[in-house]
Design a protein around this ligand. Structure first.
Ligand code: NAG
Length: 484
């Protein structure tokens, strides 16, 4: 209880809350130099051109003197107090000796679902300070319980075309006005300004509510995954950058493969997303050795077509994506280490946080164990226990048969011949003598290290032993692996 209280206080201090703010980046402001083809705001001798058919809303912050301006048929200027356009009267304008044609170049084809056009932060303060959060691509655009911000004193134009024809949000702020109800927003959306700002068929639904489920809420952008990834990769012809690690990982909700680690957690009703997130931040991410590691934690569903299993309904789980700033062979190694630390923590304290099992995958620039380095608390526990039971059962039967004399009558076919195939001749003798040993006894207690168990078996240092053979044939272990 004390720890719980501590974390709640900590949570408060951190300013962490389930609320996420997403701020639209581009603007169509007159004073924004990057909105002009010359990369410079027009000056007095310039002739200003807006495309005839361009549909724009342009915010003008200050007074401008211009020689000539061609305005679009369908558009608006939003003039801040004090802003104005005046005709050039022939007086010198320092820095504007030669006039030229300047074209407003804001393409206007910015999409709502483009992850590169949003900043995400856990508080308004963080947003202001540029402390943005890292997340999978689907969650870089506004999620269903997010607060969306279009900065005050900025004009914009965004294409809100959506697969579901509807965009769910907690609230939306436009030009300094915050909307929290569908009624007031739909009123606003009827205005000519809104028609210039928002293009496309979708409508907004505002809940004005936080995620009601303390185990977390899904972002809700899965239906637009393709749209999101197409927008993200439009400048690279739909090509993801090639990851520089072996067997890179594909986090759910992300467009491209990554190097690093993914921890997947099955949770129970007692799980509290915020609390657990705070624990990871406090216990691990804040350590100096973990500086430069980025974490994205979210509730996700396995894609429905996962492994072709079809429409079998899937249970949501918690996905923790970890990436680091390592390069070359170092890439992903620190993320992997952190993931292992988290797995140990799950093994030790997971239950008190409502975590049932954990599963680790990693891909780094260096290691080989990255391939299929999956392990789970479930397997780690179930493996040895079931293995032990199996061995005890076999031993029991052997003992029973032996006592009853049954075994003696079956001359030495026994178990040794069963093992013979995979064995060097000298060691099989002692196999039959000493009976069986549970291979799992030697398994390191750290569940994350279990992944290495498979490779141990292949290392030349390890003489072929009974353990490795038994490990091979243990069908129960494999089964748990599959299910994990
Ligand atoms: C200017 O506009 C560009 C593109 O719309 C945007 O990325 C940038 O943040 C804007 N700069 C300012 C200072 O508003």
């Amino acid at each position: 209880m004390k720890t719980l209280l501590f974390f709640l206080i900590f949570l408060h201090l951190l300013g962490t809350s389930s609320t996420v703010y997403k701020q639209w980046i581009p603007n169509t402001n007159f004073e924004n130099a990057s909105n002009w083809d010359r990369g410079q705001v027009p000056c007095a001798k310039d002739v200003v051109l807006f495309g005839r058919s361009e549909v724009v809303s342009v915010f003008v912050q200050s007074p401008h003197t211009l020689t000539e301006m061609h305005i679009p048929l369908n558009g608006e200027f939003i003039m801040a107090p004090g802003a104005a356009f005046t005709a050039f009267d022939g007086n010198q304008d320092p820095g504007c000796e030669t006039g030229s044609e300047v074209t407003f170049a804001s393409t206007g084809n910015y999409q709502w679902y483009d992850p590169t056009l949003w900043h995400a932060a856990s508080s308004l303060e963080n947003l202001e300070r540029g402390k943005y959060t890292f997340s999978v691509d689907e969650e870089r655009v506004p999620c269903q319980y997010d607060d969306v911000l279009f900065q005050p004193e900025t004009s914009f134009r965004v294409d809100i075309e959506s697969s579901e024809q509807m965009i769910q949000l907690r609230s939306i702020s436009i030009m300094g006005q915050k909307f929290t109800s569908d009624d007031t927003l739909s009123e606003y959306m009827q205005r000519p300004s809104a028609k210039l700002q928002f293009q496309g068929q979708a409508t907004f639904r505002l809940s004005n509510a936080r995620c009601p489920d303390k185990t977390g809420c899904e972002c809700g952008n899965t239906a637009d995954h393709h749209r999101i990834c197409a927008a993200l990769l439009q400048s690279s012809e739909n090509q993801c950058p090639v990851p520089t690690c072996k067997d890179p990982l594909r986090p759910i909700g992300h467009c491209c493969e990554i190097c690093g680690a993914i921890v997947s957690l099955d949770y129970s009703a007692g799980f509290d997303m915020e609390l657990y997130q705070a624990r990871i931040v406090h216990t691990f991410l804040s350590l100096s050795k973990n500086a430069g590691i980025q974490m994205a934690m979210s509730k996700v569903h396995k894609p429905q077509t996962f492994l072709g299993i079809g429409s079998r309904s899937t249970v949501p789980f918690i996905q923790i994506v970890l990436i680091d700033n390592g390069t070359g062979v170092q890439i992903g190694t620190r993320a992997e280490q952190l993931a292992k630390d988290i797995m140990s923590d799950v093994a030790e304290h997971g239950e008190s946080f409502g975590i049932v099992t954990g599963h680790l995958q990693s891909a780094t620039g260096s290691n080989w164990s990255a391939q299929g380095a999956g392990s789970s608390v479930g397997a780690a526990v179930a493996g040895p226990v079931l293995g032990l039971l199996l061995v005890l059962l076999i031993l029991g039967i052997v003992l029973l048969l032996y006592r009853k004399g049954a075994l003696r009558s079956i001359p030495s076919i026994s178990f040794s011949s069963l093992w013979k195939r995979k064995e060097d001749p000298e060691s099989f003798q002692d196999t039959s003598d000493k009976g069986f040993e549970n291979p799992m006894f030697d398994t390191p207690s750290n569940p994350a290290a279990l992944a290495g168990a498979c490779s141990v078996e292949e290392t030349p240092m390890e003489k072929p032993s009974k353990s490795s053979r038994l490990y091979y044939i243990n069908p129960l272990y494999d089964e748990t692996e599959l299910n994990a």
